[in-house]
Design a protein around this ligand. Structure first.
Ligand code: PEP
Length: 253
């Protein structure tokens, strides 16, 4: 299956220099190789506008790593969805395990963020996934289901229309460990059918990604997974040579 999206989460990394070193060759690569997947680059807030100016008029899009639940007001230090919209951001990542863990973001707060993103017609990149303990206790599907249900319960039956869902086992993020191909496929198929069932439709209008320790060595095997629409890549997206190797494999799969 052709992969629709490749997402690069830069986390708390970047500088003006790194931005140029990563994005200028990426634009060239995408143009020369006629890459059809949409690349979504997710740098820290302060580089969003600069990144947009480098990639505009290509199929590289810009995403944000977070958003506040309010669209304006006395909320010092926050960034609103209206501001992101104003600077051409199209995608917003929410529910990432690092925000759940280090910033104590709970399911309800994440649902509010989901709601405000949808109300501005931007696209949420909704991250879900289980801890290592849950994985070992065979709780993965149950955990994913619970995280999805919070969104259905607060937003309604059509919540996931035009949304990206990133299945990211927490224990795989940044650890160098990934689940087996069969396991990832099984979980992604489960997530798809669970959402379709809840939406009472057979027409899939959302996208499923896998993320967690993807690199230039395991990407070929990951591309054999059917039923997923792309990948979310963290640390390997911070090296242009590694990232272009990954893109090369994805574009030929
Ligand atoms: C992530 O941050 O979502 C991620 C997948 O990171 P890494 O690729 O470094 O595991």
């Amino acid at each position: 299956m052709k992969k629709k999206f490749i997402i690069a989460n830069w986390k708390l990394n970047g500088s003006k220099e790194l931005l140029n070193n990563l994005l200028i060759p990426m634009v060239d690569f995408v143009n020369i190789n006629k890459i059809t997947s949409t690349l979504i680059i997710v740098p820290p807030f302060v580089y969003l506008d600069r990144a947009y100016n480098i990639v505009m008029n290509t199929n590289i899009m810009i995403g944000a790593q977070n958003v506040d639940i309010h669209s304006s007001g006395a909320y010092t230090g926050e960034i609103s969805i209206a501001m992101l919209n104003d600077i051409n951001v199209k995608y917003v990542m929410i529910g990432h395990s690092e925000r759940r863990l280090y910033h104590k973001e709970n399911d309800l707060l994440i649902a509010k963020k989901f709601y405000i993103i949808k109300s501005y017609k931007l696209i949420p990149i909704f991250c879900i996934g289980e801890t290592e303990q849950d994985y070992k206790s065979h709780m993965t599907k149950k955990i994913c289901q619970q995280q999805i249900d919070v969104i259905f319960n607060s937003i309604g039956e059509h919540a996931f229309h035009n949304t990206i869902i990133a299945y990211e086992p927490i224990w795989a993020i940044g650890s160098g460990k990934i689940p087996s191909i069969a396991f990832i496929q099984d979980v992604c198929i489960f997530i798809t059918s669970y959402i379709l069932n809840k939406q009472k439709t057979s027409k899939k209008s959302f996208f499923i990604q896998y993320g967690g320790s993807i690199d230039e060595n395991n990407i070929k095997e990951l591309c054999t997974i059917s039923g997923i629409d792309g990948f979310l890549i963290g640390s390997a997206s911070l090296s242009i040579s590694r990232f272009l190797k990954i893109l090369n494999v994805v574009s030929h799969s």
